[in-house]
Design a protein around this ligand. Structure first.
Ligand code: PEP
Ligand code: MG
Length: 878
């Protein structure tokens, strides 16, 4: 049997989107429901794919089209090209996923020098007929033969000038008849041929043009952005034309069954009298609110409302609709489940549960973690947002406004809101990052220091804005110079940077989730609360938080975390404690080293008491020190210059010289692959022992105060079981000496590929694994997490080597394979093993689904991402 490419609207249904595209499937569904849809048929995406792969329409396609057209003609009682009463057709694209305005449409197919008179006679409106004809030549020329649209626009403007007309509608039939002649000449000049008079040829060419528009540049760019597969192709919908431009009793409009901005129930949309759909889009005339249609044409309005209610009930969701009224008769031209804002998504899902249309599982499937993320951060008021000065990587969401400060210490000391602006940040910048409203860097990507720390603290961050050229205490973008103290605004959701102060709206959702305000009657907060509670009831995955202070841990708990999955102890060594670390590194005798360790022990113990108390009764995974020690020392070049200057002046560089020698001694070309993690513990005597003692003593203290501390000790960066064995023995030895020898759970991070590949050997020595997916990605791909995102990821994304940065969303195929191996072999060797993840991926919606699928016990993420992870873990389970 020959392949079937064409389907009458009566043959399809809403579930055939792959074959018929979204528009075609929904037109078929409305037809099936008996709604007033002009008759027509859909040419399938199969035909488009065949055309795109061979450059020609598949054999038999137009014969099939002719059959369906014949049926359409019979149904309408009109024939394409009939000189007396012609049938006119619209030809519209419609892919599986909506790609608004990206592909092509041609209306009024079937008009030519003869049938235009027939249309005029039949419609009783000569002007209308000539206006339709000129629209056809214009759309057909642009779409099928790439005639520049401006040429037609220029001709139209000239005609208006000639006739002293201001609006298109002021042109009478004689003017339009003349315009048709001019348009035909424009067409001929550009194509070298006459405007086709055969309606069947018009149809054939228009169908092929719609096929080709799948690969139009803007469509390709849009698909890449929206992650729509490039090989789906579009369907083509051929439908009998109905006219909204046949006078005052005609018109066209769009309608939403609920408010797509807030989700509120009601009648939303726009209507334009005496117009075709393209006039609404072009914004030539002002539309009226849909509710006003009630006064203009009550019968059509009531009928529309009735059909909208039916559609919503049928689709069990917000629908948007395009309709036309032709001389008092309502026609439905399109419907689909409508796009909506994140707030509306939550509100509507919740309303539909109340209305009994969907259950809570379905409601949960209809909202996303990404939507919740957007809702949790303050935003700029869109009505008051100027043009952006530059754009960087949107690293940590939110909207921040403040004075630009180019130095961390000055930012820390500043009064009033500031934005810390740095080329990149390092641990030294922490004090300034804590005080700042937002952080802006010109280098680095989503896992740069600035991004990771900012996300952890819930600070807005835009990084890698490479258009900004920082020079000392100012930066420049083109001719604009921003100096220290000038106010700037940064949008962490889009990466946009603005000069001046853009008005900010705080997030009610964030305040509600951390307990600052109650939901009350607020429909959005009630919806968020209810859906999160349902996610909690459904999810299998635990959600822990990455928290380094008592405050962070308490906040994480308020946001729903049931444990700390990663406490990075190096963050506790910064600020005023740095000199103590310097003393430890520079110690030349055991006594000096011990004195430095003793001082650090007291401080660490205090930190741990705070965290363990905030997470009382819940696990707190404390990681022993990880980063290279030189991060705690002054920069090599700065120090070398100081020493050289002192020597030049004949002065004794004193402590600087000792420091320089130490820094030189410890200098590493690749510190991320150097003396970090467990390696540090193995070579710096007493360091891990001090940390373990601080943990054990802190736990003892909390217990003595009546608490229930659950510390877990985590060893970073191991690559072999032997490393863990040595450190584990040391940890157990220390634990045996504190608080009557109480034990704590001991586990390790899996973040070096070799650790993942030998998980079966490691698991018997560990009570838990936690995947450090930042390092696992860095070492698995061989991508430096601090450099590559701004260096070449944009090119990689452009080339489609990956669709999203592997530092943002877990690379399930490659790095995910390492994870699967480690989970399977780890559990086989030690069935009691607890397994979690604490890399940045732990709070990424797509990655959460992957971690659920591979059977992890929990994910751990920044406190502010905890609700998002809860929601996605719930979604993964329904
Ligand atoms: C990781 O590597 O994923 C991790 C959590 O550790 P860090 O980011 O501190 O290296
Ligand atoms: Mg790591």
């Amino acid at each position: 049997m020959a392949a079937k490419y064409v389907y009458d609207f009566v043959e399809g249904n809403k579930d055939l989107k792959d074959l018929l595209g979204g528009k075609g499937a929904n037109l078929a569904e409305m037809t099936r429901l008996g709604l007033p849809v002009p008759p027509g048929f859909t040419i399938s995406t199969d035909a488009c794919r065949a055309y795109l792969s061979t450059g020609d329409v598949p054999a038999g396609l137009f014969a099939e089209v002719a059959d369906h057209l014949h049926r359409l003609e019979t149904q309408m009682g009109r024939t394409l090209g009939d000189p007396d009463d012609p049938l006119l057709l619209s030809v519209r694209s419609g892919a599986k996923f909506s790609m608004p305005g990206m592909m092509e449409t041609v209306l009024d197919i079937g008009l030519n020098d003869t049938s235009v008179h027939g249309l005029a006679a039949h419609a009783g409106d000569v002007r209308f007929a000539w206006d339709s004809y000129r629209r056809l030549i214009q759309m057909f020329g642009r779409t099928v033969f790439d005639v520049p649209g401006e040429e037609f626009e220029a001709a139209l403007t000239a005609e208006k000038a000639l006739r002293d007309a201001t609006a298109d509608t002021d042109l009478d039939d004689a003017a339009l008849r003349h315009l048709v002649d001019v348009y035909k000449k424009v067409f001929q000049t550009h194509t070298g041929r006459e405007f086709p008079q055969s309606p069947h040829e018009q149809l054939r060419l228009a169908v092929q043009a719609v096929f080709r528009s799948w690969n139009a540049e803007r469509a390709v760019v849009y698909r890449r952005q929206e992650r729509i597969p490039a090989d789906l192709g579009t369907a083509v919908n051929v439908m009998a034309m109905v006219f909204g431009n046949l006078g005052e009793d005609s018109g066209t409009g769009v309608a939403f069954t609920r408010d797509p901005a807030t989700g509120a129930r009601g009648v939303y949309g726009d209507y334009l009298e005496n117009a075709q759909g393209e006039d609404v889009v072009a914004g030539i005339r002002n539309t009226m609110p849909l509710s006003q249609l009630a006064t203009v044409d009550r019968r059509s309005y009531d009928r529309l409302l009735e059909l909208m209610a039916r559609l919503e009930k049928h689709y069990r969701d917000l629908c948007d609709i395009e309709f036309t009224i032709e001389r008092g008769t309502l026609w439905m031209l399109q419907t689909r489940v409508g796009k909506r804002t994140p707030a509306a998504a939550f509100v509507i899902a919740n309303q539909l549960v109340d209305e009994g249309l969907i259950d809570l599982d379905e409601a949960l499937r209809r909202v996303t973690g990404r939507q919740l993320t957007t809702l949790m951060f303050p935003t700029f008021d869109p009505a008051a947002t100027p043009k952006a000065l530059a754009r960087g990587v949107p690293a940590s969401p939110g909207a921040a406004v403040g004075r630009a400060v180019f130095d961390s210490a000055r930012a820390a000391a500043a009064t009033g809101p500031v934005i810390l602006v740095r080329r990149e940040t390092n641990p030294d910048d922490l004090p300034g990052m804590i005080t700042a409203q937002g952080i802006l860097t010109s280098r680095g990507g989503k896992t740069s220091h600035a991004a990771v720390v900012a996300r952890g603290m819930g600070r807005t961050c835009v990084c890698g804005a490479d258009a900004i050229d920082i020079d000392g205490d100012s930066f420049r973008v083109g001719d604009t110079v921003v100096r220290e103290g000038d106010v700037i605004s940064i949008d962490g959701a889009t990466g946009d940077v603005y000069v001046g102060s853009v008005p900010v709206r705080p997030s009610r959702v964030a305040r509600y989730l951390d307990g600052t305000i109650k939901a009350g009657e607020d429909p959005l907060l009630r919806a968020v609360g209810r859906l999160l509670a349902h996610a909690d009831a459904r999810r299998r995955l635990g959600v822990h938080a990455n928290a380094d202070t008592g405050d962070d841990a308490a906040r994480a708990r308020r946001l729903g975390a049931t444990g700390v999955g990663l406490c990075r102890t190096e963050h506790m060594f910064l600020g005023e404690r740095r000199p103590l670390v310097e003393r430890l590194i520079l110690a030349t005798s055991d006594e000096e080293r011990q004195a430095a360790l003793d001082a650090l022990l007291l401080l660490q113990r205090k930190d741990f008491i705070e965290i363990l108390s905030a997470m009382d009764g819940l696990p707190v995974t404390i990681r022993l020190l990880d980063p290279p020690l030189h991060e705690f020392l002054p920069p090599l070049t700065e120090l070398a210059v100081r020493v050289a200057r002192a020597e030049e002046r004949g002065e004794d560089p004193g402590a600087d010289a000792t420091m320089l020698a130490a820094v030189q001694r410890m200098h590493e070309e690749n510190p991320m692959l150097g003396l970090r993690g467990v390696r540090l513990g193995l070579v710096v005597p007493g360091l891990f022992a001090m940390q373990v003692r601080a943990i054990a003593e802190a736990a003892a203290q909390v217990r003595a105060d009546g608490g229930d501390p659950r510390p877990e000790i985590m060893v970073p960066l191991i690559g072999s079981v032997q490393e863990l064995e040595v450190v584990r023995a040391e940890i157990e030895q220390v634990l045996s000496t504190v608080d009557g020898g109480r034990s704590a759970r001991i586990g390790t991070m899996i973040e070096v590929p070799r650790a993942a590949l030998t998980a079966g050997e490691i698991a018997p020595v560990a009570e838990f694994f936690s995947f450090g997916t930042n390092d696992l990605t860095q070492m698995g791909w061989g991508f430096s997490r601090d450099d590559v995102e701004s260096a070449f990821f944009s090119r990689y994304l452009e080339l489609g080597i990956f669709g999203v940065s592997p530092f943002e969303s877990i690379d399930a195929t490659g790095i995910g394979r390492l994870i699967r191996i480690a989970v399977d072999e780890g559990r086989a060797a030690n069935p009691g093993l607890t397994i979690g993840v604490c890399g940045e991926h732990g709070g990424d919606p797509d990655s959460v689904h992957f971690f659920d699928e591979v059977g992890l016990d929990y994910v751990s993420c920044s406190p502010y991402r905890v609700p998002v992870a809860r929601l996605e873990a719930g979604r993964a389970a329904v």
